[in-house]
Design a protein around this ligand. Structure first.
Ligand code: 5AD
Ligand code: SF4
Length: 468
């Protein structure tokens, strides 16, 4: 009997949204590889196109339908040339609007929610048999991670690893608890195995992902439940793994053990994304965030005590229903008091089905615009000051690959800033000492501190790490 290998086929994946979606797209690619699918950069060449969507942004559904219109034309042109195309919509918009997608875009073959990616091969087979469109958006009782293959070779020096999904926090404005379901943590052993696999494939930095990553509480290998701090300790011991990060966290889950991990684990990078959304206690309560502005500042103070050079990032929403000028000023005050190295900020926009969307006291659009501009100006100033303070310092830079220009390489500082410098490509995967020469809006440029050896004298780095 001869073993038949699958026909070579092409897969094009379009990824919108957060790092969780980037991770999910990679897993969907892995799951389809045994069927013969290799990736391609253009939908025109693809036998299957997956649009992996994000529901958190404004007018998410409209953007999906407009992209689907474009893909429909590609599918029709390919069909005219005799080549069929399977068109799949994945991610949170698929989860929330599955039926609507099939009604408005009947040329879509597969709609699948984030919990059903392991069933993709079966859905593809069903779609290929032309049995009509397939929709899979239930939250299955089984753990999808148990059914996904081991990830393919690490695609880079820095790799994502999802350890937690879903959220039970139910912030007033947010769709995640409805689209990604209840909070679920992967067992420690599964996370450690995947991490070792990534490091064996060349990863030197692992970014742990979860909608609410610091709520992770996975089953321990010998029974019991581990905390994120314990998991980080264990991950840091993997030989060859230089750097650890985790995102995105909730202030309420930032417990003493995790704060201490920032002091005790050198591989845990001194940069933390900790969304606060607002600086007003009234709005924080309306948002159902479960903490006050003062409690957030106390958490930041404790973190900075544990790791004095910790750089901070956050998310802000302006114009949540009921937000007054005084509430907005409280947010500006919090930003001024904390000082952020980087941040994301949004105008509140109602998401159907969330509690805040039904509140009558919506803030006028022009007012939201004005507040967002003022807030972003302040955040830009802080980011520029933070970057500027790095010029003249020596930082450890993890080289991720070639830079934009010949002879250039690029990497990341401990504070997640992109860094450009001249150097040989073979430094990819190494942490090198870089003298930072100039700061730009979103990046730094520098020069190898030890060009002949490019080795890092650790003592030099420890002293020079503080940057702002
Ligand atoms: N309107 C505006 N911003 C939102 N975010 C989530 N939902 C909304 C919404 N309805 C922002 C929050 C969150 C980030 C990922 O997106 O700041 O932390
Ligand atoms: Fe959404 Fe984050 Fe709030 Fe969960 S904690 S509901 S993911 S904003």
């Amino acid at each position: 009997m001869t073993h038949q290998s699958p026909l070579p086929r092409r897969l094009h994946v379009i990824t919108w949204g957060c790092q969780m979606n980037v991770y999910d797209s990679a897993r969907m690619t892995d799951v389809l590889a045994p069927l013969g699918y290799a990736t391609t950069d253009t939908p025109e060449e693809a036998d299957m196109v997956i649009l992996n969507t994000c529901h958190i942004r404004d007018r998410a559904a409209e953007k999906v339908f407009s992209e689907l219109g474009r893909l429909r034309r590609v599918k029709e042109a390919r069909a005219a040339a005799g080549a069929p195309t399977i068109l799949a919509v994945a991610g949170c918009v698929a989860q929330a609007e599955g039926k609507e997608i099939l009604a408005r875009a009947p040329y879509v073959d597969i709609v699948l929610g984030p919990q059903t990616y392991h069933r993709l091969p079966e859905m593809v087979a069903r779609a290929a048999r032309a049995g009509g469109a397939v929709i899979e958006t239930d939250f299955p009782a089984e753990d999808k991670f148990d059914h996904l293959p081991a990830p393919g070779p690490a695609s880079g020096v820095s790799a994502f690893l999802t350890i937690q999904e879903g959220c039970d926090k139910f912030c007033s404005f947010c769709v995640v608890p409805y689209t990604r379901g209840a909070e679920a943590s992967r067992p420690a052993a599964a996370v450690l195995a995947e991490a070792r696999h990534l490091v064996a494939g060349g990863a030197r930095e692992i970014v742990l992902l979860g909608q609410n990553v610091n709520a992770w509480h996975g089953a321990g290998p010998q029974g019991g439940v581990w905390t994120l701090a314990a998991l980080l300790q264990e991950l840091a011991a993997i030989p060859g793994l230089l750097r650890l990060r985790y995102t995105t966290s909730h202030p309420r889950d930032m417990d003493a053990g995790l704060i201490a991990a920032h002091r005790d684990i050198p591989a845990l990078m001194p940069f933390l994304h900790l969304p606060v959304q607002s600086g007003s206690d009234r709005i924080l309560a309306a948002m159902n965030r479960g903490h006050t502005a003062a409690q957030y500042r106390e958490t930041i103070a404790a973190l900075r005590e544990a790791r004095p050079d910790l750089a901070l990032s956050s998310d802000f929403i302006v114009g949540h229903p009921g937000e007054s000028e005084a509430d907005f000023q409280a947010t500006m005050d919090l930003i001024a008091a904390v000082g952020f190295a980087q941040a994301f900020s949004f105008k509140y926009s109602p998401r159907p089905g969330t509690p805040a969307a039904g509140v009558p006291a919506q803030v006028a659009e022009a007012e939201k615009d004005r507040r967002l501009q003022a807030l972003q100006a302040l955040l830009r100033e802080q980011q520029a000051a933070f970057n500027a303070a790095c010029a003249g310092r020596r930082l450890g830079v993890l080289i991720t690959g070639a830079g934009r220009h010949p002879g250039q390489i690029a990497g990341r500082s401990p504070y997640l800033q992109p860094v450009h410098l001249n150097g040989p490509d073979h430094l990819a995967g190494q942490e090198v000492a870089v003298d930072i020469l100039a700061a730009h809006t979103n990046s730094l440029s520098g020069a190898l501190a030890f060009p002949s050896t490019a080795a890092i004298p650790q003592a030099t780095l420890q002293q020079e790490r503080v940057c702002a």
